[in-house]
Design a protein around this ligand. Structure first.
Ligand code: NAD
Length: 267
């Protein structure tokens, strides 16, 4: 980024404002959504190429899943061919992991179910909407690696049930109409209470109660920085907005923060 204001692009200026907001923060809550993973080849829901442009969200409720074997067969077919199994973390996931390694995050809270933060090296990630890398029995709540269920689907068991109790199996994700696990939401809210800044990446902030974590951070007077390729529902609350692709913006932002911390004597 140029230090000469006259030659700075709008993107440079937005990153500089975001850096000024985050400089000095030592307990950053990182909150991510589907947009951080589009550059890894996983489509989001509400972006210009989002899944809801071609599919009806109404078919993705837990009620449909429970009631209709055809919906369950469709979900397992989709899961067999899911982009998540081919995806690798991108530069934005790597930057978030670097921020955590530097000790500047209080929590990484994600709405994503793809596990890419962990593959990039992040730990203790709070997955508000669960994970598609595991399956769960909806009756006895036993969890198992999703691959073991996918093997059964490949062998022709298109609506697999729990081998122990006969209950319905599902990916360990939170569908519309399903409650978020209290433990995860409580942990995210506690992190929001104790953060000094909140960095949102790749989310429309329109899915509740997840977006409430960001609102809670703002209530506790944390600074809010949003990196998103498009408007969000909470832009009005933001101290800085950086439009653009997370894979390009995040490395610049995190490099800038780490350099600023080194300049502050590592404090
Ligand atoms: P969303 O689909 O509502 O919004 C994504 C936002 O990210 C959009 O504004 C889009 O324009 C923006 N975006 C897309 N690519 C971007 C990029 N490279 N850089 C910056 N911004 C980018 O996503 P949401 O707010 O996370 O809500 C959707 C729900 O869908 C979540 O609950 C999540 O669980 C689920 N979901 C998850 C995945 C995943 O795990 N990767 C994928 C699709 C949906």
């Amino acid at each position: 980024m140029s230090s000469d204001p006259a030659s700075q692009t709008e993107g440079d200026r937005a990153v500089a404002v975001a850096l000024a907001c985050l400089r000095g923060a030592r307990r950053i809550l990182v909150f991510t959504g589907a947009g951080i993973s589009t550059e890894s080849g996983i489509p989001d829901f509400r972006g210009p190429q989002g899944v809801w442009k071609t599919r009806d969200p109404a078919r993705y409720t837990i009620q449909h899943y429970l009631a209709d074997p055809e919906v369950r067969r469709e979900r397992w077919r989709d899961r067999l061919d899911a982009a998540v199994d081919r995806a690798v973390p991108n530069a934005a996931h790597a930057a978030v992991a670097a921020l955590q390694r530097a000790g500047l995050t209080t929590a990484i809270v994600t709405q994503n179910i793809d596990g890419l933060h962990q593959l990039a090296g992040a730990v203790d990630v709070i997955e508000l909407h669960g994970t598609t890398r595991e399956a769960v029995c909806l009756a006895c709540e036993r969890r198992l690696p999703v691959e073991t269920v996918l093997d059964r689907v490949r062998e022709g068991d298109h609506d697999p049930h729990c081998e122990l109790c006969g209950g319905l199996l599902k990916t360990a994700t939170v569908s519309f109409g399903q409650r978020l696990p209290d433990r995860d939401l409580d942990a995210a809210m506690r992190a929001a209470d104790g953060c000094d800044a909140c960095l949102v990446i790749g989310s429309t902030l329109s899915v509740w109660p997840a977006a409430g974590v960001v609102v809670q951070a703002v209530r506790t007077r944390a600074r809010l920085v949003i990196v998103n390729d498009g408007a969000t529902d909470l832009d009005d609350l933001a101290d800085a907005i950086v439009p653009g692709r997370a894979g390009a913006v995040l490395p610049r932002l995190v490099d800038g923060l780490l350099a600023a911390r080194a300049g502050d004597g590592g404090r």
